[in-house]
Design a binder for this molecule. Structure first.
Ligand code: SF4
Length: 218
């Protein structure tokens, strides 16, 4: 009898095939031109849309080009510069700290290491996974955000009750080179169809393989 991991490996393959066909272009996602900009944009994207972050970073990245620029900025100025992304006090504090840690511990460069990235203020596994994949082409983990967490559980790909548990389950059933792709496909599906608390199951191309679909169609 096939074990659960094998069954979920097959299932996620089918999920990715269908979502890949439905969304040949995913996004919009964050604009950046180097690893530092990617870390900053990802940190700003917490509780904020990519469109809003991109509008803010358009000016921000002209003004702040190096870790020193963040480390030497006044908190008040940083807060003003990122205000409209929300949670601006915490985010400004993290950006200033990020600049300082990069200078003090990493020679002013964003580290090309999954664990080192998590030593930067405001950077946890999700951001570290995205930065490793996008900036360095090294796929260390699926980045589990609210969409990935919800959809993986609804599809029965994980029974995990925490982001960390779902992350481990997904990492075990998805080929490494597809870690970034599953993140982007599920985010796109979560924005368009499998919307939190009001999924459009009737329009969903995964309905026949989703154990949760019928629950929402009643
Ligand atoms: S069938 Fe419904 S719950 Fe399942 S993935 Fe599609 S939209 Fe989400």
């Amino acid at each position: 009898m096939r074990n659960m991991v094998e069954k979920n490996q097959e299932k996620v393959k089918e999920v990715m095939k269908r979502l890949g066909e439905a969304y040949p272009v995913t996004g919009p996602f964050l604009d950046y031109t180097n690893p530092l900009e990617l870390v900053v944009a990802t940190a700003l994207s917490a509780q904020c849309t990519d469109e809003r972050v991109n509008a803010v970073t358009k000016d921000l990245f002209r003004k702040y080009k190096t870790p020193e620029d963040y480390a030497n900025a006044s908190i008040e100025q940083l807060e003003r510069d990122i205000y409209s992304t929300g949670f601006y006090r915490n985010k400004a504090k993290n950006l200033k700290g990020l600049g300082r840690v990069l200078i003090d511990e990493f020679d002013g460069k964003v580290p090309n290491d999954f664990n080192d990235l998590q030593r930067l203020p405001g950077v946890a596994k999700k951001t570290a996974a995205i930065v490793m994949s996008k900036a360095f082409g090294s796929h260390e983990s699926v980045a589990v955000d609210t969409h990935v967490y919800r959809i993986a559980r609804l599809l029965g790909l994980s029974q995990g009750k925490s982001i960390e548990a779902v992350r481990r389950d997904l990492n075990a059933i998805i080929p490494k080179e597809e870690y970034l792709q599953i993140n982007e496909l599920m985010i796109t599906h979560g924005r368009k169809i499998c919307i939190a608390r009001r999924p459009k199951c009737g329009e969903c191309i995964l309905l026949d393989i989703c154990p949760s679909g019928k629950n929402f169609d009643k």
